[in-house]
Design a protein around this ligand. Structure first.
Ligand code: TAP
Length: 482
């Protein structure tokens, strides 16, 4: 099917003011590293170097933790909830005021389409601060237990797929509950976290309440291992999550782990097929499939499978893949060369194991990291592409005959983060939601996020929840939970 020709509609990047290099944000100001080195962060759509960023050493992490402890004991931990709330409201408003700057920078550093950073990442990040600002003076009435108190200093390590949004998921509840933070953004996407440091200054937050240390895995490990961290909040791969759990076993540190997923998006024969096709596209091609809760396994009822596949492939041929800054782009660049290699390796395994590979045949830019929207049919449950997280724009299609079989196949995964159900029958939605071992079950929609709604996984997708009252509870101790 032919696509409409659109003239290019690039968003201007003039709104972003990039420094050639960045230090670390410790105790309210940008400082030089002590013994660390530097690395470059690139635009994955062009391979252009955007800036040079500090690879923080263990000594830098220690300075950040000391600053956070001082800020917690001296100011933030003693401040009334109402006053903390004012700071969070201020941050939320500044994020809204500077929304375009954040959206363009996120797209440059991450490769995601501007329409997603503009309409999803940045508004949701602001919404998280607004939501948690509202809780700051009401914690005693949140049903968290008797006399909720902050842990103290929280170490936070986040991934590259939603850099600003994951920062908001971490920092907003931590600050609302009276904790101070040391946060490490991912190596390939540090820039919006550094711009957030600017927002922290603009909001006049007391020094040391938020500290941003950039770096790679070793910097994250230094945060995990630091003896004066009271709680850890990690989002990332299950492999690193397990290492963290091992590192802190036997210590007094609390932890929440938000890890990987291999969600089933389940389409019943009575579903509204065209709407379901949109839900499939949103489920796996949103954010290039770099989504922990992506609907990467399509389970479709056998008698409608051919029809769904035909309509899906036709729809995928209309997706625009290319310049992430173009407002018409649907699918942007893969975040890094390493991630592209992983997707390439896993899709090759899918073919080798006997699944049928199809892609939308679109033209790809000559420079940068790109992968065509891809669908595998004839997938069986033992295939690697049905078991392992690909974290790219790749859908594995399986079929089922009965609701029981759909549940058995959906739950046949080490993960349990999310699932989707498409049917016209309300009772079936409720039955499925009850049977599926997944932290979030969407019905007749997919990838919907809201700060009021707890998000998190079962099994190897981690433990703890983020968002809603359940997310707050991870950031406090009470007389009942110690
Ligand atoms: P990871 O490789 O696990 O990296 C996540 C973060 O941990 C990065 O900041 C990383 O630094 C850091 N890190 C690496 N090794 C570490 C160590 N030994 N100790 C402490 N920190 C360490 O994951 P990723 O590739 O960035 O993200 C993709 C994964 O995250 C996927 O599996 C996805 O499902 C999961 N994810 C889950 C969720 C939720 S909410 N469940 C949300 C988004 C992503 P570097 O950047 O230098 O590697």
């Amino acid at each position: 099917m032919a696509k409409f020709e659109y003239a290019p509609a690039p968003e201007s990047r003039a709104v972003v003011d990039l420094a050639p290099s960045y230090g670390l944000f410790i105790n309210g100001e940008f400082t030089e590293s002590q013994g660390g080195s530097a690395f470059k962060t690139v635009n994955p759509a062009t391979e252009e170097v955007l800036s040079e960023v500090t690879d923080a050493s263990a000594a830098d992490v220690d300075r950040a933790v000391v600053a956070a402890r001082r800020a917690h004991n001296g100011v933030w931990g003693r401040m009334s909830g109402a006053d903390r709330g004012k700071y969070l409201f201020r941050i939320a408003r500044i994020l809204q005021e500077r929304a375009r700057e954040f959206a363009v920078l996120e797209t440059l550093d991450n490769g995601k389409p501007i329409k997603e950073s503009r309409d999803v990442d940045v508004p949701l990040a602001a919404a998280h601060f607004f939501y948690h600002a509202g809780w700051a003076d009401k914690l005693e009435y949140a049903g968290l237990g008797t006399n909720p108190r902050a842990h103290g200093v929280v170490g936070q390590v986040i991934p590259w797929n939603f850099p600003l949004l994951m920062l908001a998921w971490k920092i907003a509840p931590a600050l609302a509950t009276g904790n101070t933070v040391v946060l490490k953004p991912a190596e390939t996407t540090p820039l919006t976290a550094l711009l957030f440091a600017d927002v922290v200054q603009q909001a006049d937050l007391p020094p040391g309440v938020v500290n941003i240390v950039t770096g790679a895995g070793a910097t994250g490990q230094a945060i995990v291992d630091h003896p004066d961290i009271d709680k850890l909040a990690f989002t990332g791969s299950t492999g690193v999550g397990k290492m963290i759990a091992r590192s802190i076993a036997g210590t007094r540190k609390k932890a929440t782990l938000e890890l990987g997923g291999k969600a089933a998006n389940i389409i019943f024969e009575d579903a509204a097929i065209d709407q379901a096709v949109e839900g499939i596209v949103n489920g796996i091609f949103f954010n290039q499939g770099h989504v922990c809760c992506a609907g990467s396994r399509l389970l479709v009822q056998e008698n409608i499978a051919e029809d769904v596949e035909r309509r899906l492939k036709r729809r995928l041929q209309t997706l625009r893949v290319g310049d992430p800054l173009d407002k018409n782009t649907d699918v942007g660049a893969i975040n890094s060369k390493a991630q592209l290699s992983r997707i390439t390796e896993l899709t090759a395994a899918g073919e080798a194991e006997g699944a049928q590979r199809w892609d939308n045949g679109c033209e790809l830019p000559a420079k940068g990291f790109w992968f065509r929207p891809t669908v595998f049919t004839g997938v069986s449950q033992t295939h690697r592409i049905a078991q392992e997280e690909i974290f790219g724009p790749v859908l594995s299609v399986l079929t089922f005959r009965t609701p029981q079989e759909a549940v058995a196949k959906a739950n046949n995964t080490p993960y349990g983060l999310s699932a989707g159900v498409w049917t016209e029958k309300g009772s079936r939605i409720l039955w499925m939601a009850d049977q599926l071992r997944a932290g979030v079950v969407w019905a007749n929609t997919f990838n919907k996020f809201d700060p009021t709604s707890p998000f998190g996984g079962y099994k190897e997708s981690g433990y703890g929840r983020e968002g809603g009252r359940h997310g707050l509870s991870a950031y406090v101790t009470t007389e009942s939970n110690g």
